[in-house]
Ligand binder design. Structure first.
Ligand SMILES: C[S@@+](CC[C@H](N)C(=O)[O-])C[C@H]1O[C@@H](n2cnc3c(N)ncnc32)[C@H](O)[C@@H]1O
Length: 194
């Protein structure tokens, strides 16, 4: 690896449009929110894609939920800027920021009612280590600490890295006050108990 490159942020040099056959997690999540009749909730979402389906559907379905999404893709972030300009009705309850989730700063974040960790273990590698980024377990821990008691933390069982994520989840659930609620479609739902 080039030494100058090594100090740069490990961003995602791709743009992901909605591909339901390959990655239905965001749509399953919207379905879950509606099935569970979750309203007035604040949601943290890991990995927006360029389709922004969670932000758009949340804004349109009358739930009064609001979403803070993170993307590590410059192209996806650009698509959010366009969406925000074209659809202020969506932008009101949907904000996206660009960054590496492994660099989350707890002091800058509010509490959430629901957290998605769909892409845990998919993207972190030695490029994140080069600038001392958080681990997958540390990200899961921080976002659990920021989840209100009774809130939900949700994983994606069809992630290509779910076998690795499962090992992180196994440690995480012994360390946190959480209980497994069960499966919904491709999603694994936990609830914070304390
Ligand atoms: C395969 S796409 C899936 C997008 C969407 N959740 C879906 O299922 O359609 C992976 C997403 O993870 C985001 N991502 C990748 N690495 C990330 C990182 N280090 N921090 C935050 N987001 C990241 C990408 O920007 C992208 O939005």
């Amino acid at each position: 690896m080039n030494e100058n490159m090594s100090r740069k942020l490990h961003f995602w040099d791709a743009v992901w449009d909605l591909q339901l056959a390959q990655c239905p997690c965001d749509v399953h999540f919207c379905d879950w929110l509606e099935t569970e009749k979750i309203t007035d909730a604040s949601i943290f979402h890991f990995g927006t894609g360029s389709h922004h389906v969670i932000g758009i559907r949340t804004a349109e379905n009358g739930s009064n939920n609001c979403v803070l999404g993170i993307t590590a893709s410059p192209g996806e972030y650009e698509s959010f800027v366009k969406l925000a300009i074209d659809r202020p009705d969506v932008e009101k309850s949907y904000k996206v920021f660009f960054g590496d989730i492994y660099q989350l700063e707890k002091r800058l974040l509010p509490e959430f009612d629901v957290v998605t960790l769909f892409h845990l273990c998919e993207f972190r590698d030695e490029r994140n280590d080069l600038y001392g980024a958080l681990t997958d377990l540390e990200v899961a821990t921080m976002l659990t600490e920021l989840t209100r008691p009774g809130g939900y933390i949700i994983f994606y069982t069809k992630s290509f890295a779910f076998d690795t994520a499962e090992k992180v989840i196994a440690v995480w659930e012994t360390e946190q006050q959480v209980e497994k609620v069960g499966l919904y479609e491709t999603l694994l739902v936990y609830r914070k108990t304390g």
